[in-house]
Design a protein around this ligand. Structure first.
Ligand SMILES: [Zn+2]
Length: 189
């Protein structure tokens, strides 16, 4: 899997021009059909999309090109999950968040637990990223929980990414920078 920009036309152009590198060996990726159709959910409702697939001219491994609007193995957009995380950090419970987002309470509870288990890793990753993107960045002040600290680091790094790299919605930046693994099991990246 390789995290790519959400602009499918730009990604296709890059792929055809040999501008995407294999995450395993750094070799040039070439088009290799498509992955299966997926049904995913944004704020406004369900969308069907079919990620591009590419194969490596170096190691021959194939990779799904996943747009940074999504997270690995999650049906909901990173921005939907992100708004649930922010609401939790602001003190809301999972049932209230689920009702506001129109998602099952068990789904939202799963997101919050998974992020909570990974929060320290997320905090460390995005704090490093913040300081590499912006060496002048002021320190991150500890908040009331590691959960909130992780979101603070993520938001500050996202803002630094916009200034330094390109305008990009914060949760797309978070997904891209974590290789889609924000809610993956807490074992390395
Ligand atoms: Zn390769």
């Amino acid at each position: 899997m390789l995290m790519v920009d959400t602009d499918a036309v730009a990604v296709e152009r890059l792929l055809l021009a040999g501008g995407l590198a294999c995450p395993r060996c750094g070799g040039v990726l070439r088009p290799w059909g498509h992955a299966r159709w997926r049904s995913s959910r944004r704020e406004q409702g369900a969308v069907r999309h079919r990620p591009r697939r590419a194969s490596c001219t170096g190691c021959a491994k194939t990779h799904v090109l996943l747009a940074a609007a999504w997270l690995l193995r999650r049906a909901d957009a990173a921005s939907v999950i992100g708004s649930a995380l922010l609401a939790k950090a602001a003190g809301a419970g999972h049932r209230l968040i689920a009702a506001a987002l129109g998602r099952p309470a068990s789904t939202v509870r799963g997101w919050l637990r998974r992020f909570g288990a990974r929060a320290e890793q997320v905090r460390v990753l995005f704090t490093r990223l913040l300081h590499s993107l912006d060496p002048q960045a002021g320190p991150l002040l500890p908040r009331e929980s590691v959960f909130a600290d992780a979101l603070e680091a993520l938001g500050r790094a996202g803002a630094a990414g916009v200034r330094r790299l390109s305008p990009r919605p914060p949760w797309e930046f978070a997904s891209w920078a974590s290789a889609g693994l924000l809610l993956a099991p807490p074992v390395g990246w």
